[in-house]
Design a protein around this ligand. Structure first.
Ligand SMILES: [Zn+2]
Length: 342
């Protein structure tokens, strides 16, 4: 029975709004690219590298997680590597997860930091690989650029300007990483600029810290979507959830990611169901599938097995993903058909 449910979930057409390209590099790809480009690795043994490049249990320490990202980041060394990584991310999503709508995001300053690669050319390669993939396979997608908070305000502003200059190749902008040290209010100017330039915004908020940070994000940035948002569920007054609801904001939930980074005490305590029952528009994502050892098959299974989701409720999250997607109208119509949501 369990096997049948798992197969049923695997076969379901899916939509993914929250996936980092930097978190999509498989261990075999890391080894292959490191060999090709003569890059150092802690080990070239696949099983051994799995231990340092993937997180299997709740985070032991932040440096351990950063080390994992550093290993994946090290192989984004050439335009060919970018193409290979992007293609593999799309191919696995389509083939193994049956994803029909995929928004991929990356931080240019993080991904390309220390590399001799041009931001624009890199974006053209990534967006071009996606375009080519869309022509041959039943998947539509788009690229979201990330401003990394911990790289400082200048980096976020530079990335926002870059997004505005390359509007044709990007569908949205995301503000990610350390929200406690770099609170949302610091980026109100960047958010305003993006809004004026008609680039929709999503913000990693309430992944750690407190529900007050979610309130600040809604108040100061007015994003269309929020990544994670789990801390909103901890507001005893219910204000954080109320503000998300009244703002018509879509929440991109990533249950396994939140479990591994200790954002929630256990999977059963993840607020995904609470959000749905409170009337929030919530969808399900995998965040960094390779680094966190997950995918949408697993995330949907967790929603069913740990959070008691019915198939109807899973489909509700798909409807919210489609509605909240930053993709252009014709791609959304195509995705609606593929997701059987018309
Ligand atoms: Zn994320």
């Amino acid at each position: 029975m369990k096997k049948e449910i798992h197969e049923h979930i695997r076969a379901m057409p899916k939509a993914e709004l929250h996936r980092h390209l930097e978190g999509c590099v498989s261990v075999p790809a890391i080894i292959r690219l490191a060999r090709k480009h003569r890059l150092p690795l802690p080990t070239f043994d696949e099983k051994e590298l799995e231990k340092t490049a993937k997180l299997h249990a709740p985070m032991a320490s932040l440096p351990a997680v950063l080390k994992m990202f550093a290993i994946a980041q090290s192989v984004f060394v050439s335009y060919e590597a970018l193409e290979e990584i992007t293609f593999e991310a799309l191919d696995r999503a389509s083939r193994l997860e049956n994803i029909k709508l995929l928004e991929l995001r990356y931080s240019p300053d993080f991904m390309l930091g220390g590399k001799d690669l041009d931001w624009k050319k890199a974006l053209e390669v990534i967006a071009g690989t996606l375009k080519k993939f869309e022509r041959s396979r039943d998947l539509v997608g788009g690229i979201i650029l990330i401003g990394s908070r911990s790289y400082g305000l200048d980096s976020v502003l530079k990335t926002a300007d870059f997004a505005l200059e390359n509007k044709k190749l990007v569908i949205g902008f995301d503000l990610a990483d350390d929200e406690t040290a770099y609170p949302s209010r610091l980026y109100a100017g960047a958010a305003k600029k993006l809004r004026e330039g008609k680039i929709p915004l999503t913000v990693h908020s309430g992944e750690e810290g407190s529900y007050e940070q979610v309130i600040e994000t809604v108040e100061t940035l007015s994003p269309r979507r929020i990544g994670h948002g789990v801390k909103a569920a901890e507001d005893p007054s219910g204000l954080a959830i109320k503000m998300i609801k009244e703002g018509g904001i879509t929440v991109e939930a990533n249950p396994w990611s939140n479990y591994l980074t200790n954002s929630v005490p256990s999977l059963e305590k993840h607020p995904l169901k609470k959000f749905l029952d409170a009337g929030l528009k919530v969808c399900i994502g995998a965040d960094d599938p390779e680094i966190l050892d997950t995918d949408l098959n697993k995330e949907y299974r967790l929603a069913v097995e740990k959070l008691g989701f019915s198939e109807g409720e899973i489909r509700r999250t798909l409807e919210f993903a489609l509605e909240g997607s930053f993709l252009e109208k014709d791609k959304k119509q195509q995705a609606a058909k593929a997701l059987a949501l018309t």
